[in-house]
Design a protein around this ligand. Structure first.
Ligand SMILES: [Ca+2]
Ligand SMILES: [Ca+2]
Ligand SMILES: [Ca+2]
Length: 871
């Protein structure tokens, strides 16, 4: 953990820590070291309880407390109901925030009123009507504490000594399911094994006054209640991503002020957040620009210089360079300065020292970037191969999953944002086995479904990497016949061809068996969707037979009564079919000469789907604004998805759509030209690309650059102004934030946006080196490998000399581990001014989940970057 620095200079100039909590202009309660947010972030994400909402406390720079709200469970899980925020009133005069909450399912309203009281806040729950009968004894006020910051620390309840457990080992009881508040859309997170009972944790402690983390001043919080009993629970008893929960059950048959807590987070006198020195953990090549971005507490006094220290061969150190600090200015809650040490070019081992803060060491050397994609291609990708047994040395990553195949999904809603309906759009009856789908494909991310859209991107990304860089790297044994993958065992075939084949096998099977693309192949029951462990044990491998009793196995051992089979969601989407057609064209080209049979099947599906989807799209008379929302830019979560364009833009959009209907999708035409060399496709592409660039340059510049190798000098000349615009955009980015990359503010931290941007910059530099200078290509690498807010760890698992991130939201997250080569989404923005990337708590996907599409995008970014660096 960061060490605490007492700065005497600051002591003399500010008295922040001595002050009482005050509502600031950003509408949260603040004193130095303590921020108390009241529904700055409300429960509105796609997955109910995302552990990012309600009353939150950022305690000495770390968001260790959240989830403060009226809740219906002792330890709410992800799919338990969350309250809808009905109103939020900020009353500056009375230093108070009042939030009205509602549970529609139970017609249950409540209010929470948070008022500053000196160094504490009072949190009070108000009811205008008593708690509904069904929720009596269940509804309560909850506040959740981050386990990784509290485990092993001491606490006292009414003076009794305790320690927070490292692992969930407390007691539970079971109760009839009829007593459990309804979960999201009626789904169930647990498999009760036919008992019809749910598990309810018992409290670790109860009382009226708790002092948390008596042994750690930066985490210490005092909470008391005169009118209600405090109960402390361990949410990890039900779910590995659970937090410690402090709660008071709301009294029955009472209205008015029903529960009152006094919450006082301790503030360390004179606390100043330690500087976060952002730099590239992988290191630097000698002749590149080298600029560290230093993130400072706003109360911190900026130093005039920083130093680069060289570690010599005999282990001693010397100052290699001392340079001045350049201020950049404020960005959200911190102040930023830069330290430029570009002039140091001598290969060696170095670290940066700014005041008393030293970084870990890093290399300056010609070869530092040579291996940045190896962990991703050799380890992460093969581990995510579905329908295969994956081995590495002595370790099995997973057995062969989903041997029983996939059933036709009935018209239904889903917990992972999918939907089937109103019909199946196929020849299959609901619950009928769709043959042949349990082949190929890649796990989506931290979960195990085959997201068709992502898998299409994966195959496209591999094909691009193959065609652009021809990586012959062979570190993986893949046998489709044995359904077996072995890491670090070369088999004579370039791995990337085997990955293209593996992705194509599943997608072609979808097109052939279903007739079009499935939206997803996913879990049918929530209780196995959140699976953590061997993918082969998600389902029982036996065909579901409803004539058997649950958990019963047929005499021949082939069928079971357990409804765990995966489903294929098959609602037809012509846009998805069009994307698949595009990908199949490219796949058939890439696989030719390696797997001709699969290449031919892919081409057949490409032509058929292209024709059928174009016809379907032509029939769609009405403009669906949502389909064109992407034209208005990458959504960062702060803008509405659908913006009504002005007249000129509307005309451009209409022309683009007509062209797309008539000529097919822009990038499909480019792919088809590359596959067939038939000139008509190139003409179609040229007819569309300029409108596309006018509509959304950043979105389409990469496609425009992709075409350069096929086009003439005139095309390149016509593209020049857009590259100039890109350069202007780049220079402006240095004014928008201190890191000079697009920083997303959405619910998903958005590494995809950064990788797209980085790849576009790489190609813009490759084809237009007079406009985009070489130094520009290092922006995204710097960001990924450690030069970013919050901490300076590399966002790529195991890549980064001394300090990559340690934990990721991969499928081994329950072990607080990572799958090598994973790329984290990065920094999650919490309104109104907090960036965060936990490195001791993997369970927040918005900051720690790597996806198959994003990680294969990283392979392209990384490969193109390496090529340019060594050029
Ligand atoms: Ca998924
Ligand atoms: Ca191989
Ligand atoms: Ca089964």
């Amino acid at each position: 953990m960061k060490k605490i620095i007492l700065s005497l200079t600051v002591l003399a100039t500010t008295v922040g820590w001595a002050q009482d909590l005050k509502l600031n202009d950003l509408e949260y309660f603040e004193r130095q070291g303590v921020n108390i947010l009241v529904f700055s972030n409300s429960f509105n994400g796609g997955f109910n309880d995302e552990k990012n909402s309600g009353i939150e406390i950022i305690h000495h720079g770390v968001r260790t407390i959240q989830g403060g709200a009226v809740r219906l469970n002792n330890t709410p899980e992800q799919w338990d109901l969350v309250p809808k925020m009905m109103s939020r009133k900020v009353d500056k005069d009375n230093q108070r925030i009042e939030v009205a909450m509602r549970y529609d399912d139970y017609d249950f309203d409540s209010r929470v009123v948070v008022t500053a009281k000196g160094k504490a806040v009072e949190i009070a729950v108000w009811l205008d009507k008593p708690v509904p009968e069904e929720l009596a004894g269940k509804a309560g006020f909850n506040l959740e504490f981050l386990p990784s910051q509290y485990w092993l620390k001491t606490f006292t309840m009414d003076g009794r000594l305790n320690r927070f457990p490292r692992y969930a080992t407390s007691q539970t009881v079971t109760r009839p399911n009829s007593e459990k508040p309804r979960q999201f859309k009626g789904f169930k997170t647990y498999d009760d094994r036919g008992t019809d009972r749910f598990v309810d944790p018992c409290p670790l402690e109860t009382g009226h006054s708790i002092l948390l983390a008596t042994d750690a001043p930066e985490r210490m919080v005092r909470i008391s209640s005169d009118d209600a009993e405090l109960q402390l629970f361990d949410g990890r008893m039900l779910a590995q991503n659970g937090w410690f929960v402090l709660r008071s059950v709301l009294p029955e048959n009472k209205t008015g002020k029903v529960v009152t807590w006094i919450v006082e987070p301790h503030a360390i006198p004179g606390w100043i957040r330690e500087p976060n020195i952002g730099f590239c953990q992988v290191g630097y090549v000698p002749n590149q620009a080298k600029v560290a971005v230093i993130e400072l507490d706003k109360q911190d006094k900026v130093k005039t210089t920083a130093s680069l220290i060289r570690i010599k061969d005999d282990g001693t150190t010397e100052e290699a360079y001392k340079g001045s600090i350049t201020p950049w200015g404020p960005y959200f809650k911190y102040n930023y300065v830069k330290f430029d040490f570009t002039s140091v070019q001598e290969p060696g081992v170095y670290y940066i020292q700014y005041g008393d803060t030293k970084t870990n060491n890093f290399l300056i050397d010609e070869h530092v970037y040579d291996k940045i994609t190896d962990a991703t291609t050799d380890v992460w990708v093969p581990i995510h191969m579905n329908h295969m047994y994956v081995n590495e040395g002595y370790r099995t990553w997973h057995g062969e999953p989903f041997k029983e195949g996939y059933l036709q999904a009935p018209p239904s809603d889903h917990f992972d944002l999918h939907f089937q309906g109103p019909t199946t759009d196929t020849k299959y009856k609901p619950y009928e086995l769709i043959p042949g789908l349990n082949v190929g494909g890649f796990f989506d991310a931290g979960d195990f479904d085959v997201e068709t859209g992502s898998n299409i991107s994966v195959v496209q990304n591999f094909i691009r990497a193959w065609e652009l860089f021809k990586p012959e790297r062979d570190e993986t044994f893949v046998s489709q016949e044995q359904r077996y993958v072995d890491l670090h065992r070369p088999d004579g075939v370039p791995d990337i061809l085997q990955f293209i084949e593996h992705g194509t096998l599943n997608l072609v099977a979808q097109a052939e068996q279903i007739g079009h693309m499935a939206s997803t192949l996913s879990n049918s029951v929530l209780d196995n969707y959140h699976h953590l462990g061997d993918a082969a044990s998600i389902t029982d491998g036996l065909h579901y037979d409803p004539s058997l009793k649950p958990y019963e196995v047929s005499a021949d051992g082939k069928r079971s009564g357990t409804p765990d089979d995966m489903w294929a969601f098959t609602t037809r989407n012509p846009y998805l079919d069009q994307r698949a057609a595009n990908m199949f064209a490219a796949a058939s080209r890439a696989l030719k000469g390696y797997n001709d049979e699969l290449a031919d099947r892919a081409l057949v599906q490409s032509k058929r789907l292209l024709q059928e989807s174009s016809e379907m799209l032509k029939k769609r008379q009405n403009t669906n604004m949502m389909n064109f929302a992407w034209l208005d830019g990458i959504n960062d979560g702060t803008r509405p998805m659908t913006v009504k364009p002005d007249k000129k833009r509307q005309k451009l959009i209409e022309r683009s759509r007509r062209n797309e209907e008539e000529l097919g999708d822009l990038s499909t035409n480019l792919q088809l030209y590359a596959a067939t060399k038939e000139k008509q496709y190139l003409d179609h592409f040229e007819k569309q690309i300029w409108d596309a660039l006018e509509l959304n340059m950043m979105m389409n510049i990469m496609t425009a650059l992709d075409a350069v190798p096929y086009m003439d000098a005139a095309y390149k000349e016509k593209l020049r102004p857009y590259i100039q615009q890109t350069n202007t955009l780049l220079q402006n980015m240095d004014k928008e934030n201190p890191y000079g990359v697009p920083i997303g503010l959405g619910n998903w931290a958005g590494v995809n946006q950064v990788l797209n941007f980085g790849t576009a910059i790489n190609y813009a530099h490759l084809y237009f080196p007079d406009i985009i200078k070489k130094d520009e290509i290092y922006r995204v690498a710097n960001w990924l490998f450690g030069c970013h807010p919050y901490h300076n760890y590399s966002f790529v698992a195991v890549v980064g000399a001394a300090r990559p991130k340690q934990v990721f939201y991969g499928n081994n997250r329950a072990d607080f581990s990572a799958i090598p080569g994973n790329v984290a989404p990065g920094l999650l923005f919490r309104r109104p001014d907090h960036f965060e990337n936990f490195d001791d708590w993997p369970f927040l996907w918005g900051q720690n989940e790597g996806t198959i599409a994003g990680n294969t995008q990283y392979i392209i970014f990384g490969s193109s970057f390496k090529n340019l660096v060594t050029k």
